[in-house]
Design a protein around this ligand. Structure first.
Ligand code: HEC
Length: 171
């Protein structure tokens, strides 16, 4: 009796997997970027991201000194590597940002000042899977990534000199 239930359950699961595979092979699984992510997809992605950051992101403060020169270096690196997706000082979406699936937040409007520096460092270094967020650990140095994280943390409280540089950044 017990064995029959197990065999039946395995059969149902296998039939489900085969049906899903046939559906995917026939082109029924959504593969386009011009749609809104489903709530299930968003929940799984966000839950996985939070757990990974909790486990892997560096703890403790930003090792780069919070000087104006470092913040301005961070702004320049941001302008070159990030503004195309996350926007400049005006927070307007570029065509690239508009066409991505997950929409990148325009950080001037919807910033990450409240996030721990290590969490922002981790996202920039390793990217975010299944979104357009690239990993920069192969192309930027650790110091450069920390400088960008410093700028993002201080975006709401820039000195006049840094504000002047930031105001010129466009997407
Ligand atoms: C090609 C587009 C693209 C580029 C370039 C890009 N990002 Fe992203 N970024 C994204 C997308 C898409 C997301 C994910 C949004 C989501 O998860 O809903 C994201 C997420 C993030 C987040 C998390 C935001 C939050 O609210 O938690 C941070 C921080 C971030 N990016 C910083 C950067 C920085 C800094 C750079 C440059 C070094 C950069 N990104 C370059 C597309 C991009």
């Amino acid at each position: 009796m017990g064995k029959g239930i197990v065999v039946g359950a395995v059969g149902i699961i296998l039939a489900g997997v085969v049906a899903a595979w046939i559906g995917i092979s026939l082109g029924y699984a959504p593969a386009n970027a011009d749609a809104k992510p489903s709530s299930v997809e968003r929940f799984i992605a966000m839950h996985a991201l939070h757990a990974a950051i909790h486990r892997l992101a560096p703890k403790g403060p930003n090792p780069v000194a919070s000087t104006d020169a470092n913040v301005i270096d961070g702004i320049k690196l941001y302008a070159k590597n990030c503004a195309v997706c996350h926007g400049g000082a005006m927070g307007e979406r570029s065509n690239i940002a508009e066409g991505l699936y997950q929409k990148p937040p325009q950080l001037a409007m919807d910033g990450v000042e409240d996030d721990p520096a290590g969490a922002t460092y981790w996202k920039i270094a390793h990217g975010i899977r299944m979104t357009g967020m690239p990993a920069f650990d192969g192309t930027l140095s650790q110091e450069q990534i920390w400088k960008i994280a410093l700028f993002l943390k201080r975006m709401n409280s820039l000195s006049p000199a840094a504000e002047k540089v930031w105001d010129k950044v466009e997407n």
